[in-house]
Design a protein around this ligand. Sequence first.
Ligand SMILES: NC(=O)c1ccc[n+]([C@@H]2O[C@H](COP(=O)([O-])OP(=O)(O)OC[C@H]3O[C@@H](n4cnc5c(N)ncnc54)[C@H](O)[C@@H]3O)[C@@H](O)[C@H]2O)c1
Length: 334
Amino acid sequence: MERILVTGGTGYIGSHTVLELYKQGYDIDILDNLVNSKITVLDKIEQLAGKRPDFYNIDLRDFDKLNQLFEEHQYYLVIHFAGFKAVGESVAKPLEYYENNVTGTLNLLKCMKAHQVNKIIFSSSATVYGNQPVSKYDESMPTGIDLSNPYGKTKYMIEEILKDTAQSDPSFSATILRYFNPIGNHESGLLGEDPNGIPNNLMPIIMKVAKGEIPELQIYGGDYDTPDGTCLRDYIHVVDLAAGHIAAIAKMRPGISIYNLGTGKATSVLEMVQAFEKVSGQKLSHSIVARRPGDLAAVCADPSKAERELDWHATHSIEDAMRDTLTFLRASAS
Ligand SMILES: NC(=O)c1ccc[n+]([C@@H]2O[C@H](COP(=O)([O-])OP(=O)(O)OC[C@H]3O[C@@H](n4cnc5c(N)ncnc54)[C@H](O)[C@@H]3O)[C@@H](O)[C@H]2O)c1
């Protein structure tokens, strides 16, 4: 069977995608420098899939090691998750973000070209749309305008690099997947979002409050122009997101293909709190504090292109994601 290289494959979305790839029968190599994930993820993958990926502890910024990997293996396709992803941190450390995300991707593309690997799926983000006055973002909208942080700019730059590469090489296929807000985890609770350091996404913070590690959830802004005043986001279960990659592989073709992976349904922060309380039966301490600079009032996908062309759609609900996250929380505590 074809061998796929998954960069960032021990990370949150990468590890879930590896499970889906195994269901399709692919062979898998994971490249990761473990800056934001743990090597024990490989044991969990093996437990769930019955197979263990070959693992290479390589930093994408290390061109020589990366090139050697490509010299020694023949890949059918690369799925490229590896990168830094914390918006706030990117504002404080722009050079690190540009180097890790952009230089890392350039190294990867150079190695792919040198070794005739011409298919890549790239983890992009809804952040490339910036702030536009629409209720739903679709792929035909402009990107890269007034992006408020270096993280989003790295995603936009990488998208542009992929477009130029495709233009220069008619055999090159790149699928750009723009994720909205991934949440949840595999229903076993064995895999999940387990970042090294302090989380800055809503779900890991909710879970830390639930565990008593943080006293309360601080909701940034209760005076947005939304039904309950808190921000609206399109939360997509990570297992649905992972399935989107499988659907994308099946439809890869030369050139650039771009798809939103989201649900098309916007949920407010207060609705997330209510969903947590309903599923867990536990009250969640929260308070509303000042807005956080750079946050947009509402971000929601128009997922119809992916639904139509990839024959894919999200099937999990917010409650499913809450239930699975609680299972992960309890499994990690025991
Ligand atoms: N989680 C989200 O909310 C979200 C939303 C949109 C897009 N994305 C993108 O999806 C991708 C995966 O996100 P995730 O949530 O799984 O993040 P993650 O941090 O869990 O996974 C990323 C993995 O990449 C590895 N990595 C980072 N820099 C590396 C380098 N230079 N060399 C080798 N490995 C490196 C990390 O150790 C980690 O295991 C990222 O590119 C992220 O920007 C994530």
